[in-house]
Design a protein around this ligand. Structure first.
Ligand SMILES: *Cc1c(COP(=O)(O)O)cnc(C)c1O
Length: 403
């Protein structure tokens, strides 16, 4: 059991806590599920890119899926080997492509034909052969929130199957491109297996038709997207997930790449915030806390649900409904709406659960609020892995320009 009150007293709030043992267990569950084939789990570090989190997973053997050169450099800085790093994203600058080539990462994942030419140009300028994969958009509805659906033609990601085939042929004929991977990622927080299986089938058929053209795909990248339980969702079992993918790969000798973000980190995370005060506007009850949407924006951005619990008080039938809101000057600044909580007092501690993915990484300094501190808990010990941001930190890049 994590002693939230003691950790809040020690590190103050708002505070992110990550249970490193949980991250490890999730990683091992997934790795185990894929053990019948060659696989590399490339952690999607945008979910939680704290250096210590990346290092923790890197030490377990994970690679990284990155969506900017900044993330590539974060992964390298945390000790992840270049040959385990993939670089995806619809919009890469020439400088980013060049740096990725210089750093000799495993794969640059192309998301358009125009990008193929930019990568070829950069590879040529370095006299290198760029290892590439192509992100196929299989036009499959992943049945998730529209903001985190990525595998439909109406989404900006990847290229359709026919374009992908054309691109592979172009790449094969270029002295500067080495097409060895294929990729799809249809969305996030997936709880249905059938769209993944369907996508995997379509993409593996493409791999077979490429083989006929002497284009030998070695890395079959199934993206990320495995959902987790925030409320009462029934997540996909990693074993069933792996079996579904395997069932589409008969006759193919490929290394499976998998890019989970949320699955590895979401439920390792707890966000701690203290109650400042309560008030009622007419009939409406508000619990106002010391954290804001700048710290954790998912409820405002996606209407995402995060379970909120109060520490040290029993819930009873007399509890009334309230909105848990922050101090930021926006009506969208809330963590929960219409949840039942006991009457709170100043300094009562609230825990916002499932806060290990897409929470800290999406935080900002809006309202000149310093970002929260981050703490790791591992084998019963806690340690700071990111300092609370100070006012000095926030003005550092501006103060020298005051006239
Ligand atoms: C965001 C993303 C992931 C990770 O998604 P999760 O839902 O967190 O698993 C994996 N691959 C790509 C290309 C992504 O953009």
């Amino acid at each position: 059991m994590i002693n939230f009150q003691a950790l809040s007293d020690k590190y103050d709030t708002p505070l992110y806590l990550y249970d490193f043992d949980h991250i490890k267990a999730q990683y091992e569950r997934l790795k185990e599920a894929f053990k019948a084939k060659k696989s590399l789990i490339c952690y999607a570090i945008k979910a939680n890119s704290n250096l210590s989190v990346i290092k923790h997973l890197g030490d377990l053997g994970a690679g990284c899926d990155c969506v900017s050169i900044g993330e590539v450099n974060r992964a390298l800085y945390a000790g992840v080997k270049n040959y385990k790093i993939i670089f995806s994203g619809v919009g890469k600058r020439d400088e980013e492509i060049k740096e990725a080539l210089e750093k000799d990462i495993l794969l640059i994942n192309l998301e358009s034909e125009a990008e193929l030419y930019r990568v070829e140009l950069q590879a040529k300028s370095l006299d290198k052969k760029a290892r590439i994969s192509i992100r196929v958009n299989p036009n499959i509805d992943p049945k998730t929130h529209p903001y985190i659906s990525t595998g439909l033609h109406e989404n900006k990601f990847g290229v359709d199957i026919d374009s992908a085939k054309r691109m592979y042929i172009k790449a094969k004929n270029s002295p500067y491109l080495d097409p060895i991977g294929i990729h799809f990622h249809i969305g996030s927080q997936l709880t249905k297996l059938s769209p993944i299986k369907e996508a995997s089938k379509l993409v593996s058929d493409l791999v077979r038709s490429l083989k006929v053209l002497n284009i030998d795909i070695k890395f079959f990248d199934i993206g990320g997207g495995l959902g987790v339980c925030y409320d009462d969702e029934k997540p996909i079992d990693p074993y069933d997930y792996a079996q579904a993918v395997f069932s589409t790969l008969s006759g193919l000798d490929v290394t499976i790449l998998c890019e989970p973000g949320r699955f590895l980190s979401a439920n390792s995370g707890y966000f701690l915030t203290k109650v400042l005060y309560e008030k009622t506007n007419g009939d409406k009850r508000f619990v106002i806390v010391d954290a804001g949407m700048n710290d954790l924006i998912r409820p405002s951005l996606y209407d995402a649900y995060h379970k909120v619990e109060i520490i040290g008080k029993d819930t009873t039938d007399e509890d009334t409904k309230c909105d848990v809101v922050g101090p930021v000057c926006e009506s969208g600044d809330f963590f929960a709406k219409n949840i039942k909580l006991p009457k709170t007092d100043h300094d009562d501690l609230l825990i916002i659960k499932s806060a290990g993915a897409y929470c800290f990484t999406m935080s900002s300094n809006y309202n000149t609020r310093g970002r929260a501190a981050e703490v790791a808990i591992e084998e019963g010990n806690d340690r700071l892995i990111r300092k609370r941001e100070s006012f000095e930190d926030m003005i550092a890049l501006e103060k020298d320009f005051l006239k």
